[in-house]
Design a protein around this ligand. Structure first.
Ligand code: FES
Length: 113
């Protein structure tokens, strides 16, 4: 399990990129107070989803506006075709922890772990 940061350090509506794991992950704190973690790299091309636009439970890629559901990783809007890998999140004693998925990541062409 990976300790990310205190929940208080990640305001609602914000995201943090964690690049001391490979591939990097992105952790989001939604306006509804939920916390989600997904692979940071868009499945379409090499863009950081932590730099995208968070709306509800969806993140919009900053490069070509694909949208992914943070709860499932599913693609909600193209051009991405493959969902993004999700990771389990817990908040314990005010700290965010992520358990990395054992599934293979859906990295875009040209990007490797
Ligand atoms: S890089 Fe994300 S939609 Fe193209």
């Amino acid at each position: 399990m990976l300790r990310i940061c205190p929940l208080a350090d990640l305001p609602a509506g914000e995201a943090i990129r964690v690049d001391d794991v490979s591939p990097p992950i992105a952790v989001f704190h939604t306006d509804d107070g939920e916390v989600y973690a997904i692979d940071d790299t868009c499945t379409h091309q090499d863009a950081s989803l932590a730099d995208g636009w968070l709306e509800g439970c969806e993140i919009e890629c900053p490069l070509h506006a694909s949208r992914f559901d943070l709860r499932t990783g599913a693609v909600d809007a193209p051009p991405a075709k493959r969902g993004v890998r999700t990771h389990a999140v817990t908040v314990t004693d005010g700290d965010i922890f992520v358990t990395l998925s054992q599934d293979a990541p859906n990295l875009p062409p040209g990007v490797s772990v």
